[in-house]
Design a protein around this ligand. Structure first.
Ligand SMILES: [Zn+2]
Length: 168
């Protein structure tokens, strides 16, 4: 895979995580596509704040789901070759290097894919303009602070009430 293709995938993956945090009313310190110690990205949640299990599942799913949707949109008919969008999301889970699947360790089989479907419908597809706006900005700047992520999300239609509880 070409480097810019890797960057596009990483940018949409991290943008998905970022939008899920914001849509869940959780603040972010920063998002990056150039995390130290690897060629993958990272979204940094606030320090010393525990998040609930629902938020943990949704924010974990949102990365692979956004990456899979990006791959799906970027694919032509030959690439799709009888696949469905969920096959592309599965490919993103399997390619993941940031341990998103580990959030579901110990859960019985079938739990994480229902969270994936919920996250896809309720967060990633619903706020896709915010995902793409953040991904495009990450491709330019590599790293964005939480304040800029909030502004991009807000300008792209993520409703203010979602973020009302955010610590500034
Ligand atoms: Zn991830």
């Amino acid at each position: 895979m070409a480097d810019d293709e890797v960057d596009e995938r990483t940018a949409h993956h991290e943008a998905g995580h970022a939008v899920a945090y914001l849509a869940s009313g959780l603040s972010i310190r920063y998002a990056t596509i150039r995390a130290r110690g690897g060629n993958h990205g990272r979204v940094a949640p606030p320090r010393r704040r525990r998040i609930g299990v629902t938020d943990a599942y949704v924010t974990a799913c949102a990365g692979p789901v956004a990456e899979g949707l990006y791959l799906w949109h970027a694919a032509d008919e030959d690439d799709r070759a009888g696949c469905e969008v969920n096959d592309f999301i599965m490919a993103a889970w399997l390619a993941g290097g940031c341990g998103d699947m580990q959030v579901f360790d110990g859960e019985r089989e079938g739990v994480w894919d229902s969270w994936q479907d919920t996250t896809k419908t309720m967060v990633v597809e619903r706020y896709w303009p915010a995902v793409t706006a953040i991904a495009e900005a990450l491709l330019i700047h590599n790293t964005l602070p939480g304040r800029v992520l909030r502004e991009l999300a807000e300008d792209s239609g993520l409703p203010l009430w979602c973020m009302a509880g955010l610590r500034r």
